[in-house]
Every structure is written in structure tokens, then in C-alpha cells.
Design a binder for this molecule. Structure first.
Ligand code: FDA
Length: 393
């Protein structure tokens, strides 16, 4: 077994495998260690099993970080086109689903196979099921103690991900290593996560569980237009997952259902055209029926359209398109797709991901305080930051 190498990568996820490929292709000897039994487990389950592997519109504006400029350099040097070129070289068929999101036609496993083939071609050695008990600085670089003995290398790339989905082995390991070497770690919290509601509100929306509708969800100046899904625990769907990364406990969000339709104008026209219609029916022409019924009952509106003053119609429309509410919390790391916050980018060189105060130590991927929107952005960050570290380590 090879015990000494130029580079050790901890974590065989998206970022770690890309870093191993790049460093190996530069002629560096690379060992990649992971405590899991299989590499790229999050890739395997991503995008509903089809892996939304990048987004053709990915740019710095799609990422949250205490320093929004930090991600620019890495994203510019390994772009969605670079990843697409790799996917094409391996003959993996893909398609754009919506909003620039690229998915495998067949299976996310194709992406894992591609990365493993690239790693083999680059001469990187993968050790799975390897529990790491300690990381030390040595004169020559770093020593990693594991259940199978020690590994040594001049460069160490930490790519062990964040805290999301602990059931899949997420550990917060990277944050501990960062702290061990004196790097600041910013507060972490779950991102891209369903939001929960307090029992009173939840009880009232219980009949809506399972309904999805196009919506715009606003938090302050940030807004996302995608689907909203009512669940048994609260609110989910892409629009909610997106806004959840901006939301903080105690904050309000504003929901607008069917934002492309002027509901108040629709109701006024319906009143003129057919006054004998019920408001449920008029609203049910443009919204799911159960949702229409819920909105009418919530506004305590009764009678036919002809009986309703325009003020009541406006109230009904506002209930659908300007509904402010305070989520009680989120579903947490159990279901969050990503971890917000993490290793402070101020401690890292944005070109290489190397710790400014510890030469040879690199942090990449989700453990760094750079978090993408939903839609392939987080993998693009993993590929780009992995490539950056692999270029220098
Ligand atoms: P990642 O978590 O992938 O890899 C970390 C690796 O380190 C793992 O292999 C783990 O076993 C290993 N490790 C952890 N602790 C260790 C320790 N102590 N010792 C040794 N090894 C250790 N993004 C996107 O762009 N498109 C998508 O379609 C999706 N879909 C999606 C679905 C679901 C359900 C989730 C949870 C997440 C997504 N994401 C996504 C987000 C995406 O999966 C995430 O951003 C990347 O996987 C992060 O890549 P990393 O390599 O940084 O960490």
C-alpha cells in the first residue's frame, strides 16, 4: 500500500474527486481517503437520481458567502462548459431541464463512473472505509492517522463536505480540522431545506398537503419564482428551498401564488361575466381547487361573485398573492441539501483554496463558506473549487 504521496485528499465526493483528478493529471501522486464504503454518495442521490451536475448560467451571483467575491476566481477557471466537455468525452447523454439546469438522461451513477475513470487515468488511489483518527503537521507536510496506519503527503486537501444529511455520513470533520489549524469557521446552518410552520398555521393548511403551484417567494429583496409545495410539515418545493438559504429564524416570507396571473383582474372579470358563480369556482379556474376553497374560507367570504364588493375580491387576491407568514423553523440538516456558512473564505487564497496561514493545506467544496442556489450550482462549486486546489496542491 502506498503510504507516502504528494497529495492526500480527504473525502471522495464531488470536490475531492475533481481535485484528485486535476492533481493526478499534473503528475502529482494522489491518495484519496474516505470513511464511506462508496465514493460520491451524494452525487448518486442528487437530482432525483439523475444528478443536476451543473447550471449553464452559473456565476458568482448564484452563491451565498460572507465574501461574495471569493468564488469568482475558481468559477472563472473551471466553468460549466469545462465540466460539460468532460461529460461529453465520456459519452454521457444529458439534457437541460429548466433554468439552465443540466441533468443526466440516464443515471447519476454515470457521473460517478466518469470521475472514477478519470481518477484511475490520473493515477489517483482511492481508499474507502478509512476512518481518520488524526491530522498532524510534519516537517514534510501532513500525517493522517487512520485505522489502517498513517499516510503522509506534502499537501492535504480537505473535501469532506458539510453537515447536511448526517445519515449519509456527513460529520463536520472539515470544520474541526480548520479549527485545529487556527482557521475561522463561520456559523453553519441548513440551506436548501423545507420550512416548517407552527401548529396553528399548519393545522389550517393541512388540507393543502400535496398541492403544488407556481409561486414567487420573497424574503426582503430576494425573490424566487419556481414551484411551491404544501406538505404535512409546512412548505417545500424549489421556491421554498431557494428562499430557505436566505431566511433566518423569526423572519417573514411573502408568498405569491401564480405570480404571472393578475388574480384580482381575473376575479373582477369573472364577476362581470358570471355573477352567479361562486368565488371558489372563479378562483378554481386558475388555482388548484382545494387551494381556491382554502383561500375563500380563510377570508371568510361567502355568497356569489355578484354579491361580493371589489374590496372583498382584492382581499381574496391579496390572500393568494401577498400572503406574509413566519415559518417556525426548517427541517434541519436531516433533509437540507447543503450547509450554509463554514470555513471563512478570508482564511483561504481564492485562486488555490490554500489556507493562507498553513501552506499545503486546502479546503474545497461544501465545507467552505460558499453555497449555491438550487439547480446545479453546488456541484459547479465543487468541481471548480476542486479543480483550483488540484491545480496548486
Ligand atoms: P460531499 O458531501 O459530496 O462529499 C464529502 C465526502 O467526504 C463524502 O464522500 C464523505 O463520505 C466524506 N467524509 C465526510 N466526513 C469524513 C471523514 N470524517 N473522514 C473521511 N471521509 C469523510 N447539488 C447540485 O448541484 N445538484 C443537485 O442535483 C444536487 N442534489 C442534491 C440532492 C441531495 C439529496 C443533497 C443532500 C444534496 C444535493 N446537492 C446537489 C448538493 C451537493 O450534493 C453538494 O453540494 C456536494 O455533494 C458537495 O460536494 P463535496 O465534495 O463538498 O461534499
Amino acid at each position: 500500500m502506498q503510504r507516502k504521496s504528494d497529495v492526500i485528499v480527504i473525502g471522495a465526493g464531488a470536490a475531492g474527486m475533481m481535485a484528485a483528478i486535476r492533481a493526478g493529471k499534473r503528475g502529482r501522486s494522489v491518495v484519496i481517503l474516505d470513511h464511506a464504503r462508496a465514493p460520491g454518495e451524494k452525487i448518486r442521490i442528487s437530482g432525483g437520481g439523475r444528478c443536476n451536475f451543473t447550471n449553464i448560467h452559473a456565476g458568482p451571483k448564484n452563491f451565498l458567502s460572507a465574501n461574495p467575491h471569493f468564488c469568482k476566481s475558481a468559477l472563472a477557471r473551471f466553468t460549466p462548459s469545462d465540466f460539460i466537455a468532460m461529460v461529453d468525452r465520456h459519452g454521457i447523454a444529458w439534457h437541460e431541464k429548466t433554468l439552465g439546469q443540466l441533468f443526466c438522461d440516464d443515471s447519476a451513477k454515470d457521473i460517478i463512473r466518469m470521475l472514477l475513470e478519470e481518477m484511475r487515468a490520473a493515477g489517483a488511489t482511492l481508499h474507502l472505509g478509512t476512518e481518520i483518527s488524526g491530522v498532524e503537521r510534519t516537517e514534510a507536510g501532513f500525517r493522517i492517522s487512520t485505522g489502517e496506519g498513517a499516510y503522509e503527503a506534502s499537501s492535504l486537501i480537505v473535501a469532506s463536505g458539510g453537515k447536511s444529511i448526517p445519515k449519509m455520513g456527513a460529520t463536520g470533520f472539515a470544520y474541526r480540522i480548520a479549527e485545529q489549524f487556527g482557521l475561522a469557521v463561520l456559523e453553519t446552518r441548513p440551506g436548501l431545506v423545507p420550512l416548517t410552520l407552527d401548529p396553528g398555521l399548519l393545522e389550517s393548511i393541512a388540507p393543502l398537503a400535496g398541492i403544488a403551484a407556481p409561486a414567487e417567494i420573497r424574503h426582503g429583496k430576494t425573490a424566487f419564482r419556481e414551484a411551491l409545495l404544501f406538505t404535512h410539515r409546512g412548505l417545500s418545493g424549489p421556491a421554498i428551498l431557494q428562499i430557505s438559504s436566505y431566511w433566518r429564524e423569526g423572519d417573514e416570507i411573502v408568498v405569491a401564488i401564480e405570480p404571472d396571473i393578475d388574480i384580482s383582474a381575473h376575479l373582477k372579470t369573472a364577476k362581470q361575466r358570471n355573477g352567479r358563480q361562486s368565488p371558489q369556482t372563479a378562483l378554481g379556474d386558475i388555482l388548484p381547487k382545494r387551494l381556491a376553497q382554502f383561500l375563500v374560507e380563510r377570508e371568510k367570504i361567502s355568497g356569489n361573485m355578484a354579491d361580493l364588493p371589489d374590496k372583498a375580491l382584492l382581499r381574496l387576491a391579496a390572500g393568494a398573492q401577498n400572503f406574509a407568514l413566519k415559518p417556525s423553523g426548517s427541517e434541519g440538516y436531516r433533509t437540507a441539501e447543503v450547509t450554509l456558512g463554514g470555513i471563512d473564505t478570508a482564511a483561504l487564497d481564492s485562486r488555490s483554496m490554500e489556507a493562507k496561514s498553513v501552506p499545503g493545506l486546502y479546503f474545497i467544496g461544501e465545507c467552505v463558506d460558499v453555497t449555491g442556489w438550487l439547480g446545479g450550482y453546488n456541484f459547479q462549486w465543487a468541481w471548480a473549487s476542486g479543480f483550483a486546489a488540484g491545480e496548486w496542491a
